[in-house]
Ligand binder design. Structure first.
Ligand code: ATP
Ligand code: MG
Length: 561
């Protein structure tokens, strides 16, 4: 189908459809739903679906249900149910009183399955699974009818009741819809509606040993809840004829309609729960909330505010054409959200001692740093200055190239909010590594102000006073995968980056950051946006890099210039 293009910002083909239904009186109240399967944490793709479903409901004065599609007890866990609710709320949406589970409808679904048996539209098939698969045919060859397709209604009802009663082992038989084994749409070749699973369900416990398939549960759940627009991703397009077939044959209370949009795909990112589950299970990441994970829990721990995600999703838009979004678009949305608000602080990632030889021993003084250059209302904070400071190793070069304006022997620079300092000599360890810079300062430049003679410097550096700098661990993240299309060849795990996390254990931050609340974003001046991680303590805080200061395709490993 062709892409429907709309010009109005904030509009898309789904919203156009909803608007038309509202205008024509086909939908009195717009009801949508977000239907996660609780078998993993929500990821960025789900955020797109959440923003769309909850967003449409909000904009049209309707409601959006949160419905757990909990039809497979083997893979589903309470842990995931709780995480999903937490993440939807964090993203800024709420289902109100409309929290549902497909399992709420198991009894009703069972009765509707019997209804299909009675109308001759479903039958129990005990063909062994591999033979059943062979009989299904292929995309180019029609399938074959099962020999059990023509059982009597009575026999089918009895068998289905025996399935429910637990008389059969897993896989012994299934309930199938009787549609068309020659259909060009594989989903219509007598699809399975119920299978036997002797497993304890997080909500229904051991009440059931047969469970409806996604296809049988989904549309009927939509109908029970009075969903007007059942919005899902394009891979369900081929399921729509089955969705409609079932709705047409069952005495359901409403006739919902399904609409499909393109799923979110991003460069350097995998948005497949199967692969994300593998990353967690096999210990490639520290958990579902590892800051490198594209999960909402990971993104949040990395310090990304929900506003940035909602803005990102809005920028991506909703279309029917599949595409891959550059991960830098997310980074840009994050910077745009953080820049106006994040307080500025100083941190030194890879410290190098700077000693001011003409600054009196034992003296310290208090200077004033501003918290946000564009927002005076954020105020100022005191920072201390002393004879011994830390600067970034990267801000010094002993033998600099021509355009290197920062510290090198003989060079003068400004220390932000501090003084002008000139590097006089270099102190080295026996192995030749530079361990300290000896400098002089100009007392007439207090506060980082230009000296009376109008002398100019070409660089302003961030720094910390050694006396009260707080030791910290800083974690720098980059892409989890080392190629733009990690999933393209079906072997994403082979493209896991080996350097997606760099841990700096010898960093320092200013005292104001020792008690930084977990998750609250700050900008480390000249370095990037960071937030405190729950792994830290006030004596030794841990910070995650949320995003660097600027777009840089290469990994930003050194502070900004
Ligand atoms: P996966 O395919 O990774 O296992 P899923 O689609 O099975 O994910 P569900 O929990 O069933 O995960 O998804 C809930 C909803 O989120 C569905 O409506 C699905 O269409 C939508 N969704 C899942 N992935 C994406 C994505 N990448 N972009 C947009 N929507 C998505
Ligand atoms: Mg799914």
């Amino acid at each position: 189908m062709a892409d429907t293009t709309t010009t109005e910002p904030g509009r898309d083909f789904i919203r156009d459809i909803v608007q038309a239904d509202v205008d024509a009186g086909r939908a009195q109240v717009v009801v949508t739903r977000f239907p996660p399967e609780p078998n993993g944490f929500l990821h960025l793709g789900h955020a797109k679906s959440i923003c769309l479903n909850f967003g449409v409901a909000q904009e049209f004065g309707g409601r959006c249900h949160l419905r757990f599609d909990d039809t497979n007890p083997v893979k589903e866990e309470q842990l995931f149910i709780d995480a999903i609710q937490r993440d939807v709320e964090w993203l800024g949406f709420h289902w109100g009183e409309h929290l549902y589970h497909a399992s709420d409808y198991f009894e009703q679904l069972y009765r509707w399955a019997e209804h299909l048996i009675r109308s001759g539209d479903a039958y129990v098939d005990d063909t062994p699974p591999d033979r059943m698969r062979a009989q299904r045919g292929t995309l180019t060859e029609p399938g074959q009818n099962s020999p059990h397709r023509y059982r009597s209604v009575e026999e089918n009802l009895a068998l289905f009741q025996d399935m429910r009663a637990g008389k059969f082992a897993n896989g012994a038989c299934v309930l199938r819809a009787k549609i068309d084994m020659a259909s060009g749409n594989m989903n219509l070749r007598d699809p399975v509606l119920y299978r036997i699973l002797h497993a304890t369900h997080p909500r229904t416990g051991d009440a059931w040993c047969i469970y409806p398939t996604y296809d049988f549960a989904h549309g009927q759940s939509d109908a029970i809840e009075g969903i007007t627009h059942s919005v899902c991703t394009l891979e369900f397009e081929d399921h729509k004829p089955l969705y409609d077939w079932l709705i047409a044959r069952l005495p359901v209370p409403a006739r919902p309609r399904q609409y499909e949009f393109a799923r979110l795909n991003m460069t350097y990112t995998v948005l497949s729960k199967r692969i994300l589950t593998g990353l967690v299970r096999d210990g490639h990441v520290s958990g579902w909330d590892d800051p490198r994970m594209p999960t909402l829990a990971g993104i949040r721990r990395r310090g990304v505010p929900a506003t940035a995600l909602r803005d990102f999703v809005a920028r991506v838009g909703v279309a029917r054409a599949n595409s891959v979004v550059d991960v830098q678009m997310l980074d840009a949305a994050i910077r745009d959200a953080l820049n106006p608000t994040a307080p500025r602080r100083m941190a030194v990632l890879r410290p190098l001692k700077l000693i001011i030889d003409n600054y009196p021993e034992g003296r310290t003084e208090t200077l004033e740093a501003i918290d946000h250059p564009d927002d005076p209302s954020q105020g100022t904070r005191p920072i201390s200055f002393g004879r011994e400071l830390y600067v970034e190793q990267d801000d010094f070069m002993e033998n600099p190239p021509k355009k290197f304006y920062r510290l090198s022997p003989g060079k003068e620079v400004r220390l932000r909010y501090g003084y002008y300092v000139t590097c006089q000599s270099v102190e080295k360890a026996p192995d030749g590594t530079v361990v300290a810079l000896h400098c002089t300062y100009d007392p007439q430049t207090r506060g980082g102000n230009a000296p009376p003679d109008g002398r100019k410097v070409q660089a302003t550096l961030h720094w910390l006073a050694a006396a009260d700098a707080v030791p910290a661990e800083i974690r720098l993240y980059s892409h989890l995968f080392d190629r733009p299309d990690p999933g393209a060849d079906g072997d994403a795990m082979a493209h896991l980056a080996t350097d997606s996390m760099e841990v700096l254990t010898g960093a320092f931050v200013e005292p104001a950051l020792a008690a930084a609340p977990v998750g609250t974003p700050v900008q480390f001046e000249r370095v990037g946006y960071f937030c405190a991680d729950p792994d830290g303590t006030p004596a030794r805080p841990v910070f995650n890099r949320t995003v660097g200061l600027r777009d840089s395709f290469a990994k930003v490993k050194t502070p900004g210039r």
